[in-house]
Write a protein that binds this ligand. Structure first.
Ligand SMILES: O=C(O)C(=O)C[C@]1(C(=O)O)C=C[C@@H](O)C=C1
Length: 125
């Protein structure tokens, strides 16, 4: 049965893999691992922002912040030799997931399902 991932450094056609590609894959491995760690840290921070927004009655999305951050990241991308449109799409991809988390946190908060965050009882309604 075929494996999902072929870890062999020799391509299927039998030609040896150029050693520079193997070296570059070491760099790519390090960068991919760093990206995963950075994203985990970012989602830890946004998770807390989502809780604070839910308890403060703030909406999940902040379009003003989004506009500022996109302009900032596009300028950084241009200076770094990265396609600014790609930088914007990459951020949009991450933030759409953040907003999904924020919405879930807000819904759980509204339903009184988040620990220590039960809504105040409205005895007059
Ligand atoms: O900074 C916030 O207010 C967040 O909720 C974080 C964040 C982001 O992930 O960058 C997510 C959604 C908002 O639209 C703006 C920014």
């Amino acid at each position: 049965m075929a494996e999902a991932f072929d870890e062999s450094p020799v391509p299927a056609d039998g030609r040896p893999m150029p050693s520079e590609i193997l070296d570059l894959r070491g760099t790519i491995d390090n960068i991919d691992a760093a990206l995963v760690h950075l994203l985990a840290e970012r989602f830890r921070a946004t998770q807390r922002v989502g809780e604070l927004k839910a308890t403060s009655g703030m909406p999940p999305a902040d379009p003003t912040r989004d506009r500022q951050q996109i302009e900032r990241l596009k300028a950084i991308a241009s200076g770094a030799g990265l396609d600014p449109e790609f930088a914007e799409q990459f951020r949009n991809f991450i933030v759409s997931e953040v907003i999904r988390h924020h919405e879930r946190i807000a819904a759980e908060h509204a339903a009184g399902r988040r620990a220590g965050e039960a809504p105040t009882l409205d005895t007059y309604s």
